[in-house]
Design a protein around this ligand. Structure first.
Ligand code: R5P
Length: 293
């Protein structure tokens, strides 16, 4: 029998104060259900509206990538400094401690190795397993202009349909084939296709005229880092992307292949979340490299 609500005194209904109803902070996401928004709010920081995702899913097609031979040694120290980890379920289960409460974005496609045609991917993760692993989003690649373009787009739409049933956001990743020009025209096309088909956010490469890419994409964009650059150049790229409307980075090699990965991820955070200029962030990087805290 529940106890009677017989506390002495008046109840407070605050009848003259309207209930707060704040709009959801993320671009294009205000119509989503609570679970979808909550997952996105674990990836994107509500104060800055941005995210620093640490990408280390490269092994799903190229095996033990340089810097990822032992993710237990190289990645775990970085993980608390990321807003979200982008990884495969294999590394999540085998290496990442469940007590680490960072958001996770699970690689959900796969198939061909680096030895084959990479665009020939399939969905390689059951949505039920993504839920079991408490993922905040799942990711698949589209290969616009490649041999298996349509198949990769259907992978994306199937994943979105499955995600929408359970409130799981889908990250559309735009892959650029070796023979393709990596310019704003191509990136606008690939990114917009992902958004039109229902991706909650999109990952792509930074290119000149990037503001036209972000302006024509109705959902948040995060940039991949790409091949390892000198640290200052990588910080300049992240900063330019943010200035031109990116909602963060999903950076891998430019962090875990850095000569000082912990200093680098902290410098990237300063650029993304605090609008620190890249030159200043680089000074911070050099200092943290000398004196890792
Ligand atoms: C590549 O296939 C993976 O999806 C990576 O997550 C992505 O390329 C970002 O990593 P990086 O910054 O090393 O390019």
């Amino acid at each position: 029998m529940p106890e009677a609500d017989d506390t002495k005194g008046e109840k407070s209904f605050y009848v003259d104060i309207p209930q707060k109803s704040e709009p959801f902070f993320l671009k294009g996401a205000k119509a989503y259900d609570w679970g979808m928004q909550n997952r996105l709010a674990r990836i994107f920081n509500a104060a800055s509206g941005r995210t620093v995702m640490l990408a280390f899913d490269h092994g799903y097609f190229q095996g033990p990538t340089t810097g990822l031979e032992r993710p237990d040694i190289t990645i775990l120290p970085l993980a608390p400094h990321a807003d979200a980890l982008m990884l495969t379920r294999g590394i999540l289960r085998s290496v990442i401690p469940p007590a680490l409460t960072r958001a996770t974005v699970l690689r959900a496609s796969g198939g061909p190795s680096i030895l084959r045609e990479l665009s020939d991917e399939r969905i390689a993760l059951d949505m039920e397993d993504a839920l079991r692993l408490n993922a905040c989003a799942v990711a698949t690649q589209v290969f616009i202009g490649s041999a298996f373009e349509t198949q990769s787009v259907i992978n994306l739409t199937n994943l979105i349909d499955r995600g929408n049933r359970v409130g799981m956001p889908v990250l559309g990743v735009t892959a650029v084939g070796k023979e393709m020009v990596r310019d704003a025209k191509y990136i606008r096309l690939a990114v917009r296709i992902c958004a039109e088909l229902g991706a909650a956010f999109v990952k792509t490469y930074f290119v000149p005229d990037f503001e036209t890419v972000t302006a024509s994409c109705p959902v948040p964009i995060v940039i991949a880092g790409g091949k390892k650059l000198p640290e200052l150049d990588a910080l300049r790229m992240a900063s330019a992307a943010i200035d031109q409307g990116a909602a963060g980075v999903d950076m891998g090699r430019n962090i875990f292949q850095s000569e000082a990965p912990l200093a680098m991820i902290r410098a990237v955070r300063a650029v993304v979340h605090e609008n620190v200029r890249p030159e200043e962030a680089y000074e911070m990087f050099l200092e943290m490299k000398q004196r890792p805290a």
